[in-house]
Design a binder for this molecule. Structure first.
Ligand code: SF4
Ligand code: SF4
Length: 189
């Protein structure tokens, strides 16, 4: 998401190359805009837009997903009024890409796996709207025994949640470094 931020030049790749690769990664990923780490409350009307809700599952409240994220694209990507936060925030993987510490190909493979898991868990854990998806997943994981015994979730579904949380923690590190890692509620490796 933070691809508009100035990046430092790195031997072998120009700053513009790196920024372009960062944009490509974020467009392939979109987890920030889908409410995985933040509750997005940006109002499309502030930009004179009323994006289609057809991509949202019926009955899903708008947050935590951003309504300006339509068909995997930001409708105001080049708008100078885009919130600064959208341009500035960088996950750990994006930072690594901009430092030339990971290839675009590897980074895209990683986000493809995380988004695949996100899409799977969104089917049985519809977004809450009041909290980011990753926090909701942590809550469910904490209460997994009750969820299992009540028949609300299966073992396979809990495994998907566990895999999602571990990959997010390992590669994206969305919060204070180590916060998820040291959380008692994080699934064991
Ligand atoms: S999680 Fe990282 S790669 Fe994905 S959209 Fe956000 S900043 Fe970009
Ligand atoms: S305004 Fe654009 S970049 Fe910001 S959260 Fe919404 S879709 Fe993502």
């Amino acid at each position: 998401m933070g691809v508009m931020t100035e990046s430092r030049g790195v031997a072998g790749r120009t700053e513009n190359d790196l920024k372009a690769q960062g944009s490509e990664l974020c467009l392939a990923c979109g987890l920030c805009c889908r409410g995985v780490f933040f509750v997005n409350t940006i109002d499309p009307e502030d930009y004179g837009l009323s994006p289609s809700r057809r991509t949202l599952p019926p009955g899903t409240p708008a947050p935590p997903r951003c309504l300006l994220h339509v068909d995997n694209k930001c409708l105001i990507y080049d708008d100078p009024r885009k919130p600064v936060f959208c341009s500035d925030w960088q996950c750990h993987l994006l930072k690594q890409l901009l430092r030339n510490a990971v290839t675009l190909e590897s980074a895209k493979d990683i986000v493809a796996e995380i988004t695949r898991l996100y899409e799977r868990i969104a089917r049985f854990m519809p977004p809450d709207g009041s909290m980011p998806v990753v926090k909701q997943a942590l809550e469910v994981w904490k209460n997994r025994k009750e969820e299992l015994s009540a028949g609300r979730l299966s073992g396979a579904q809990l495994l998907d949640i566990s895999s999602f949380l571990r990959l997010v923690d390992q590669y994206l590190k969305p919060y204070t470094p180590g916060l998820l890692r040291h959380s008692r509620s994080l699934p064991d490796s």
